[in-house]
Design a protein around this ligand. Structure first.
Ligand code: URA
Length: 242
């Protein structure tokens, strides 16, 4: 049958496993050695495209940001030390494997970091989780600690520090200061976030060179209101408000 509807030309399809060109991480080699990004695959970029879209519903934002959080937490666990561990299998053979060396806990930076707690609990059964609330002091304009609650033995644990957006790095750096004041050593902290600004990442990593950062995506920069560009807007608002 003939019709007058123009047929759109076929879209070139992107290779599903190709590294994205739309990524600072895949185009720069100047990342600090303490920064690890998720593999910049087309699947990952598709997830980010959904959560960045301002027309995405709250339900979809929750679902797809949770998928990214899950990937980030799994990547974070890849950086924990292991020791040799042998087990006997039901066949009676010995399997010489490994087990995690130490105990971990999560610490979420309130409020948005709380959104990452469920993803951590999904992969670490009955994990202990601490919280920290940092806000800008209206007088000094500096990040100030308002509240914190940690497992009492936090100094002996590896800490997965959770905050979805690394913008200026101000609250994340304050959170690390507080953790270190509570006896956690810098090299036992792994900071996990969904999107980083290059400037925030640089400031943070220069201050804490021994601390590992796992980030899903590195964006272009910050605007005058310290929002990440292109970013996804206010993470807490996207997740908690319609
Ligand atoms: N926090 C957010 O939620 N979004 C940004 O872009 C920066 C900080």
């Amino acid at each position: 049958s003939s019709s007058n509807v123009p047929v759109p030309p076929p879209q070139p399809s992107l290779q599903p496993n190709a590294l994205s060109a739309n990524s600072v991480a895949s185009s720069t080699s100047s990342l600090p050695s303490s920064v690890f990004t998720l593999p910049q695959t087309a699947q990952l970029e598709a997830l980010y495209t959904i959560i960045r879209n301002k027309h995405t519903s709250r339900g979809d934002f929750l679902f797809y940001s949770d998928r990214i959080i899950r990937l980030l937490v799994e990547e974070g666990l890849n950086h924990l030390p292991v020791v040799k561990k042998s087990v006997v299998t039901p066949t009676g053979s010995t399997y010489d494997g490994v087990g995690f060396e130490g105990k971990i806990c999560g610490v979420s930076i309130l409020r948005a970091g709380e959104a990452m707690e469920a993803g951590l609990r999904e992969v670490c059964r009955s994990v202990r989780i601490g919280k920290i609330l940092i806000q800008r002091d209206e007088e000094t304009m500096q990040p100030k600690l308002f509240y914190s609650k940690f497992p009492q033995d936090i100094a002996k644990r590896y800490v997965l520090l959770l905050d979805p957006m690394l913008a200026t790095g101000g609250s994340a750096m304050k959170a690390v200061d507080v953790l270190m004041e509570n006896g956690v050593s810098e090299d036992r902290i792994i900071f996990i976030n969904l999107i980083s600004s290059p400037e925030g990442l640089k400031t943070f990593c220069e201050r804490f060179p021994q601390l590992k950062v796992i980030t899903g995506w590195i964006d272009q920069g910050l605007n005058e209101k310290a929002y990440i560009i292109p970013g996804l807007g206010d993470f807490g608002e996207r997740r908690y408000c319609e």
